[in-house]
Each structure stands twice: as structure tokens, then as C-alpha cells.
Design a binder for this molecule. Sequence first.
Ligand code: NAD
Ligand code: TDX
Length: 328
Amino acid sequence: MVTGGAGFIGSNFVHHLLTHTDARVTVLDKLTYAANKDALTPLLGDRLELVVGDVADRALVERLVGEHDAVVHFAAESHNDNSLRDPEPFIATNILGTFALLEAVRAAGTRFHHVSTDEVYGDLELDDPERFTEETAYRPSSPYSASKAASDHLVRAWVRSFGVQATLSNCSNNYGPWQHVEKFIPRQITNLIEGRRPRLYGAGQNVRDWIHVDDHSAAVWQILNEGRIGETYLIGADGERNNLDVVRALLAHFGRAEDDFDHVVDRAGHDLRYAIDATKLRTELGWRPQHGDFAEGLARTVDWYRANQQWWGPLKAATEAAYAARGQ
Ligand code: NAD
Ligand code: TDX
């Protein structure tokens, strides 16, 4: 059972399972504004079922969990900017939804994998020689990252107090197909396709540690199968880049001048830098990223957005109108 399996990473994970394993999958997804039903529709059939529902619906979750041998939990409200505007759905889905799932897997004795983010660790200085590890103290900055931190704490407590068979992973920034146009890389790619200028928050010095979504999927599957119960694994592919460099790479790719972008209002509480040390995942489970060439991955992602404008086109206008209202 894959919660949030119609979202960006969840749908790529489902695709990964159907392509590389013989798993049979049920997706539980509320189909919020962030869901990509089109990503699943061609795959529905003997090996994939979609149940439309809320992870915080205790009765539904209890029934579904009982019918499955493992749960991989992606469902979340995922966008920091939205959490600054209205935190409430982040509390409802990320915290109460995780609680509902934990109670169900506790009752049924079902294996559980919790998908989380490096943002729970707060941010690093640009020149800090240390990166995040599994031992780094929690210091979330935004309502989104605080809600994910809360969900991680619940999972750890349910392991220790109730013996729930769970693992956790905290991954860095993903990119790839089916990512909503509200997020940084797809927003800039689709701006460029539509002839608009990219939009950079602040000076663009903030660093994110990019990983291709397929590398995240492979890591989650490996942790589900080989990870030690109760353990947390950080997932990252040594992909640190500042936002200005990413915008410049995209401008060059589209043959536009390197200063052909706008500086816009910065995000409140904007985390400066995320960076993952994935040594534990690499040494304990032997995981290696297969898509570590960022320039190549970005070029393939641009091609994908060029070929799939019928999907993102209708989302784009509403997303940009919401950003414009905030001067972003
Ligand atoms: P997304 O916003 O693209 O997708 C989230 C999915 O969850 C959507 O399909 C949505 O309909 C579904 N959903 C939301 N609320 C729900 C509810 N109450 N019940 C059932 N389904 C619900 O998010 P994403 O970027 O694919 O992120 C997936 C997970 O990975 C999240 O837990 C996120 O915290 C984590 N994560 C994301 C990144 C990243 O770079 N995007 C990095 C690390 C971790
Ligand atoms: O238009 C923009 N301009 C800009 O400069 C947008 C949308 C973002 N940014 C900046 C803010 C961040 O420094 O780009 C960086 C990335 O922004 P987002 O795509 O919003 O990602 P981030 O806030 O880093 O969080 C992402 O990675 C961790 C996901 O959205 C989270 O779900 C995940 O946990």
C-alpha cells in the first residue's frame, strides 16, 4: 500500500515498483490539488488499484492496512510556501494522517516505511563542513518541516513503545517528471517554456541538495526490504547547488541570457542550505545513485515538461496567480 501514490514522488515510486519488482500495489490518495492522476491511469489494472481517500480517515486506513503486507507512506502536504499561507492541512495530513496509519499498522502488525525530508534538521551555514547525518538534532523552520518532524517523532515513538515494524528515511530535494509547477525546478522550466522569466527568491544563494526521483525510489524500496527496523536512513546524492546556479543552467539550456530572470520577494524563514551525508545508506545497504549527473537529469526533465504541457498547462495559470498575489 502506497499512500500519496498519486503525488510527484509517490507516482514515480509506483512506476518503479511496477517496472522493477513483482509487487502488487494499492495507492491510497486523497487526490488533492497536488495529485497527478494521469501518472497512474495508464498503470491501473491487475497490479495497481487506486483508492481515493484520506490517510487521516481511521476506519478506511484500518481496513486497507489489514489487507496489505507493507505500507510506504508518502502522503503529505509538501509545499513550504503553502504552509506559510495556511498551516492547517499540514497538521491534519502530516501529523494526524501519520498517527492514523501508525495506529492501523500497530493493530495489524504491518511493516511500515515512513518517507520524510532533510528539512526536519533545519538549515546549515554555507561554509559548514558538516552535513546532516542520522544523528543531527531536529530544528525545523517552517510549518511544513515542523509537521514532518512531528510525524517522524510519532513513528519513532510507536517503534519504541509499541514495537511497530517501521523504518524511516529523510531525503533531500527531488526533481524529475510529474513534479508540481509550484516547486522550484518545474516552475522555472515551465516559465521558460512559456517565455516568462525565472523567479528567484532573494539573492539565490540558498543551497539545495538535488537528487533524481528515481534514485529516491530505489533507496526507499531497498530500505523497505533490507533496512533495520527502527532505523533512519538519510537519502542524498551529493547534489548541492545554489538556486542561482540552477536558474543559470536552465537559462543556458534555453539559450537565454544569464541575467534573464527576476529577483522576487524572499520566502519567510527561508532555510539557507540543506546537505545530506548518505554514508549509512551507502555502507550498510550498498545503495548508489544511478542518476547523479545533474546536467543530464535536468535536460531530460526539461524534455519531459516540453512533452507534457497538456498535463501542467492547466495548473500553471492558477499557480502563477497565487504566486503573483504574494509578489513572488
Ligand atoms: P506531492 O505534494 O507531490 O504529493 C503528495 C500526495 O499526497 C498527493 O498525491 C496528494 O493528493 C496526497 N495527499 C495529500 N494529503 C493527503 C491525505 N490527507 N490523504 C491521502 N493522500 C493525501 O508531494 P511529494 O513531493 O511527492 O512528496 C511526497 C513525500 O516525500 C512527502 O511525505 C514529502 O514530505 C516527502 N519528501 C519530498 C521531497 C521533495 O523534494 N519533493 C523530499 C524529501 C521528502
Ligand atoms: O519560484 C521559486 N523560486 C525560488 O527561488 C520557488 C518555488 C522556490 N525558490 C527557492 C526556494 C528554495 O530555496 O528554491 C528552493 C527550492 O524550493 P522548493 O521547490 O519550494 O523546495 P524546498 O522548499 O527546498 O522543499 C522541497 O524539498 C524538500 C520540497 O518541496 C519538500 O517537500 C521537501 O521536503
